[in-house]
Design a protein around this ligand. Sequence first.
Ligand code: BGC
Length: 374
Amino acid sequence: MTFALAACGGGGAGSGDEASEPAGNGGDSAAGDQTIGVAMPTQTSERWIADGQAVESQLEEAGYTVDLQFANDDIPTQTQQIDQMILQEVDLLIIASIDGTALTSQLDAAGAAGIPVIAYDRLINGSENVDFYVTFDNYNVGVQQATSLLVGLGLLNADGSENPDAPEGPFNIEVFAGSPDDNNAGFFFNGAMDTLKPFLDDGTLVVPSGQTEFDTVATLRWSQEAAQRRMEDLLTSTYTGGEELHGVLSPFDGISRGIITALQGAGYGPTLEEGLPVVSGQDAEIASVTLIDQGVQFSTIFKDTRKLATESVRAAQAFLEGSEPEANDTETYDNGVKVVPSYLLESDIVYADNITELLVDSGYYTAEQVEQGS
Ligand code: BGC
């Protein structure tokens, strides 16, 4: 946050000025000769577009040439893009993987060519050649998602403290997890389920479908459509005798919107005030922020992609200058071959009443974007 670079990632909207002087390296001409390959998973989710633009613009500000590629959530496309970057002899790779286990041969090739690899937000598993990992505190993201669900149900106060006047319940909830090939999904799910556990154990919360295992509730590729279908199936298989659903743990805004569509289609809501269940989220995607503002989705988690970009640029600069980036976690992220030194950022829970403070005042979105949803 104290880096000069932090100031230049406005809105994740690609504020890079290719003609500007390299920042952060005193105009070192070496950076100008270096190319960094940036592999992002998809452009179907707004979050990754913002990440790609923020990384690209901040690297360019620092004087590097950038090869930015998006892979449409298609694993062969991503492996080909990375193969190509290695063939072109990029100086460093920043990779947000689609499937964290599918890049072993690419990483072997990068290692053999002496190209440092930074895993961006998603850990790459099963390889020695992951040099650094920049991400958020993913377990805590899950804690925050569950906390917001409990706040929405009135079981906790907005600051996360116990509510002495909490309603007794029981409340019916259903739970969703993210993509099983994304290492983060398990962290989010574990953080969330550990937080819900005391309420499930004492019967305040009930999962009427009985579906609480990660493998059963996971959503391949974080698909909005798959989540909508699963919610529709749950409603027709489990909520047939007039049972009311009160809340849904959702790990990502796209999934949240699929769930909300299914719920509204079944006659809930359309707003929270009119009985729509409390649905959590993640990423503060603009479409979801607007739904929160309108009293439809209850919450999301804001992960400032500008700061993540800044950390990845900082790590890249360290490697390219022959030093090691500073880690703040050297224990948590074991990729099956080694513990990858990591830099974890903090995230925030977004509710209707702090959208302005967290997202507008920080310049992430304009008030007009929040109003319009795009
Ligand atoms: C990211 C989340 C995102 C999800 C779906 C995860 O790896 O950490 O922020 O919601 O992918 O794109």
